[in-house]
Design a protein around this ligand. Structure first.
Ligand SMILES: [Zn+2]
Length: 115
């Protein structure tokens, strides 16, 4: 039985007892419980996102060039270490030419040979 169904069942019993004060308190507590349930769902989602972010950070491989890669990720995907250092964001760089990657956001170049 979920929280909402449980509250409805208790509300029926309290209503039959014909106690207005008890019913009012039940409604107040029910409202608080439902708010807390929503808050828990929000925190669980936020916690999951933070765990995923932490897991990703642990996989960072730094290179001499201004780029980073992620351990276990398919090769050839590189991220801008400048943007990561500034905003903690993973901005995928693109192949600019045979020698360099380039960040589409901060426009920095990274030499592919500086591994
Ligand atoms: Zn960048």
């Amino acid at each position: 039985m979920g929280l909402y169904e449980g509250i409805k069942d208790v509300a029926k019993v309290v209503q039959q007892a014909d106690n207005v004060e008890l019913y009012r308190k039940l409604l107040d507590l029910s409202s608080q419980a439902l708010d807390m349930q929503a808050e828990i769902a929000t925190l669980q989602k936020e916690n999951e996102e933070l765990k995923n972010e932490l897991h990703k950070k642990k996989r960072i491989l730094r290179h001499k060039g201004i780029y980073i890669t992620l351990e276990g990720e398919q090769s050839g995907i590189v991220y801008c270490s400048s943007c990561y250092g500034k905003d903690d964001t993973f901005i995928q760089m693109f192949d600019y030419d045979e020698e360099c990657y380039r960040c589409p956001v901060c426009k920095v170049f990274a030499y592919k040979n500086d591994q």
